[in-house]
Design a protein around this ligand. Structure first.
Ligand code: MSP
Length: 539
């Protein structure tokens, strides 16, 4: 029997010429939240990330540092790219490196097959090449340089001069796929998302595609072309194939074959908008040529901007994820970038905005709600959840908000509107805070207190606290994909693990069903989910 198909999502594989900055972390965190959400739905998931290690950009950095490209790649992967996944709390299932044998041999088999099918031919090419993009540019794509590059034509993304290259190359007959791609986009309107990205791709392909140079022979840091080892494969052709090689493309090993069968085709390739065309044009053309099924979606997110420009190491505007996480924690990092920037659009990062949201939404909004409820269950019921009475109108209203939050966040997640999904869940934080303010359990307690200082287990006070605890239970489930640490603490504070099982095993679809925490559940105060912080700009 074949295994059920997995929700398969990928990040781009990152260049190892430098260490990660928060722009890279943004792609990884978004991918992690989406895959955790699918896991929380109790679906099988496969989440792949990794590193792109060949090409001129990496080779030059290694040269400049006086080590071989392989040594450089090993060093960066171990010291920076793998550790950042832990820093970000990313729960990837696999990590592919393009220098691994499982990748290089399968890539060689793939291109040999295209060559044998007549999809690749020898030719020559001359044109401007941007090493930052690892791409030949069309003259019309260049812009006038500024500052030290005044008077020169530069790459629009990197702002640096291009190099004129003239080489003998092998070419992939991509021009032959223009119409097939247009037909495919037409038949699959959600293949490229969001709409702005789809429009960009459509207008680019409608101009007609050129054949693509897929080999280089002026340097040797790449996968050798099997029928002509004086050439190495163009780094993008090599890199794109990671999505298939990592899940066992053409492997004869039964375990790989099983993985391929349940993951392929990928559900979502998550990419930054700068690398959209590679994924939405070249990659599907490669797969068409090989006769493989195409991915279901390529989603392009926007850029993190600094001073209105894409944050980048080249422009010295990169901020390392640790600079933020050491102070605010990984949950706040994950929450902030996905909540503050509509997913698919550009957004500017500012310390002030992050600190303001941390205080208002996380510390005062969500964290304080949890502390207040736990403290009151402690104070009035010795930390043991009471039975609670029949829900009234106000309680019904809170559980109705929870139900809507589940429906809306599910729908938003399916559209990858991550900011909307979080906002939908947040309606429950706000409604529960509002409910507590209105119901004022501290006043109800004064009215209901018995002579011996205890409270009825099914009076109003008990009902209010049970309702608030149920709301927190639902929030722990719905926010677990976004903030795995704080929600785990909340789950422990609610005593939920002992009565309901692990947080990860709670289905999203069931989150809004109130009445799950039984009377007798032991609630503890625990540490603050989001401690108040000093202003980092003054630290
Ligand atoms: N190696 C290629 C991808 C190959 S995928 C088959 C590459 N690597 S990269 O390291 O330069 O970029 C990886 C990802 O980081 C891209 O999705 C890119 O958009 C993202 N970001 C890099 N800087 C960014 C910002 N300033 N803002 C948001 N994302 C950015 O391209």
């Amino acid at each position: 029997m074949s295994a059920p198909s997995s929700f398969y999502l990928t990040t781009p594989i990152y260049y190892v010429n430098d260490a990660p900055h928060i722009g890279h972390a943004y792609t990884t965190v978004a991918a992690d939240v989406i895959t955790r959400w699918h896991r929380q739905r109790q679906e099988p998931v496969w989440f792949l990330t990794g590193t792109d290690e060949h090409g001129q950009k990496v080779m030059r950095t290694a040269d400049a540092n006086g080590v071989s490209p392989q040594e450089w790649a090993d060093r960066l992967v171990e010291s920076a790219w793998k550790p950042v996944l832990t820093t970000l709390d990313a729960a990837n299932d696999d990590f592919i490196r393009t220098t691994q044998e499982r990748h290089t041999t399968r890539v060689q088999a793939f291109i040999q097959d295209l060559y044998d099918k007549g999809e690749i031919y020898a030719g020559s090419y001359e044109g401007p090449y941007c090493v930052g993009c690892e791409e030949y540019k069309l003259p019309g794509e260049l812009v006038a340089g500024t500052g030290e590059f005044e008077g020169q034509q530069v790459c629009a993304i990197h702002g640096r001069p291009v190099e004129m290259l003239s080489e003998q190359n092998y070419f992939f007959r991509m021009s032959a796929y223009t119409q097939r791609l247009l037909d495919f986009y037409e038949a699959n309107p959600t293949f490229v998302q969001p709409a702005s990205a789809r429009n960009e791709v459509l207008s680019f392909v409608r101009q007609g595609l050129q054949d693509l140079s897929i080999s280089r022979n002026t340097f040797d840091w790449g996968i050798p072309i099997p029928w002509d080892t004086t050439h190495v494969l163009y780094v993008w052709f090599d890199a794109l194939l990671n999505y298939a090689t990592a899940v066992g493309l053409d492997s004869t090993d039964p375990a790989d074959q099983e993985l391929f069968a349940r993951t392929w085709p990928a559900d979502v390739h998550l990419v930054g908008k700068d690398i959209l065309r590679f994924h939405a044009v070249i990659w599907p053309a490669m797969l068409m040529a090989a006769g493989l099924e195409l991915p279901r979606q390529v989603f392009a997110h926007g850029w993190l901007l600094v001073g209105g420009e894409k944050m980048s190491k080249t422009k010295l505007t990169g901020i390392a994820p640790n600079q933020i996480i050491d102070h605010f924690g990984s949950d706040a990092f994950r929450y902030y970038f996905l909540r503050a920037i509509p997913f698919g659009q550009d957004g500017s990062f500012s310390w002030e905005d992050l600190a303001a949201r941390y205080n208002a939404e996380l510390a005062n909004g969500f964290g304080n709600l949890a502390s207040r409820v736990a403290a009151m269950v402690g104070k009035y019921f010795d930390g043991v959840l009471p039975v609670g009475g029949a829900p009234g109108e106000a309680e019904e209203a809170v559980s109705a908000v929870a139900e809507t939050a589940v429906v809306d966040s599910e729908a938003a997640m399916d559209r990858l509107a991550l900011h909307e999904a979080i906002s939908s869940v947040w309606t429950l934080v706000e409604a529960t805070n509002g409910y507590l303010t209105e119901q004022a359990p501290w006043s109800v307690a004064k009215a209901e207190v018995r002579d011996d200082g205890t409270y009825s287990a099914d009076g109003r006070l008990a009902t209010i606290l049970v309702t608030a605890a149920e709301s927190l239970r639902a929030l722990a489930v719905l926010l677990h994909p976004v903030m795995p640490r704080a929600t785990q603490s909340l789950w422990e504070l609610l005593g939920a693990e002992a009565v309901l099982g692990t947080l990860g095993s709670q289905p999203v679809a069931d989150a809004a069903r109130f009445g799950q925490l039984p009377a007798g559940t032991v609630v503890t105060k625990g540490a603050s989910l989001f401690p108040r912080l000093e202003d980092p700009t003054e630290a």
